[in-house]
Ligand binder design. Sequence first.
Ligand code: PA5
Length: 444
Amino acid sequence: MKKLTVDYSKTFINLDEKEILSMQEEINLCHDALHGKTGEGAFFTGWLNLPNEYDKAEMERVKKAAKKIQENSEVLVVIGIGGSYLGAKAAIDILSESFLNDRKGMPEIIFAGNSISSTYLNKVYNYVKDKDFSVNVISKSGTTTEPAIAFRLFKELLEEKYGKNGAKDRIFATTDKSRGALKAMAEKEGYETFIIPDDVGGRYSVLTPVGMLPIAVCGVDIDEIMEGAKAAFNDYLRPDLKSNDCYKYAACRNALYRKGKTTEIMVNYEPSFMFFAEWWKQLYGESEGKGKKGLFPASALFSTDLHSIGQYIQDGLRIMFETVINIDLSEADMSIKEDADNLDNLNYLAGKSIDYINKKAFWGAVLAHNDGGVPAIIINVPQVSPYYFGYMVYFFEKACAISGYMLGVNPFDQPGVEAYKNNMFALLGKPGYENEKEILKKRL
Ligand code: PA5
């Protein structure tokens, strides 16, 4: 199988190869800290060996549960937020058919509990209420408010429709093995439960049942995903910057950051990768944005966004660089035909494939943005498949951990997420937050 490759030659407007390779010593230290489990947050590095050490019996249970859901449900409502939904959403968008009718009777996947929008919840509720549906509720802590609210609504609806026992058969809980309200509820009610390993944090959990159950329900081969992750595990075992493309990416983005390129834009040319960028943004944003430092992760879908924020990238503040995902071999293609009238003046493209044109747009944008002072790291992915999805997940997870260590932050915690929760709890009058409520009320 071909490897994913990183081309950093289009960063040479700000860097040169020598500069990147001179970071080898720093990379070695970060690699040793990660693999030796001596770095900050070392307890949460269970994802590192996951492609080799994942619980095979648990994965078989995931496949069995997926089959059962495929057989008895038109819809699977996946309830989770942040790391408990973005990976599955990314995989499903990339790997399953775009249009419902092409999905050959597979259940439709609807995500909920990733916001507190009453409008959205109402719409999902009304959409599923007369359909056969199941619920996969996912929360590592088991106490997150957004999914807890959604779960209460859909659990009640399932119980109304199917009775308590029937509902129990349609609820699948993915959570911690012993802690949290969701675990306690699952035990009491007898839901089938899948475990998120203790040492795998939310945003590093897509290769656990968190991602695997919803993905398997779509008919995607999850063994292939794990195979791809395992290949990446093997490819990135040695820290040598010349051969380790994952570390090349980590070094390059840090080198650019140190030169004032503080915003990284992930650019995709495939619309189905929109949520892959969302997953990446969460992974990098929550891992690195700490202690008043960190690269700001943004995303753009080209060529769509070349007609919107493309202007800013070309000509706005010079604080950014691009990380462009290039899919070498497109999944499907078609060609432009000769037209006798040529009223649209497109005959110069006759015989060319759409993907060929897309690739020219890609190079045109990379070079134009280079001319505008925006360097680009190009990540070449051989093709779109479950194998390469798993490979990319592992690539970005490992690069994130190494990058975080290079920045000098703990890439495995997220203390900043608590601030809004505390305010929300106080404003909602949650017991224990009485003092904060009074203080906040004066500020409103
Ligand atoms: O990466 C993380 O840890 C977070 O984004 C969590 O995934 C998110 O906050 C959801 O947490 P939980 O799974 O505990 O409900």
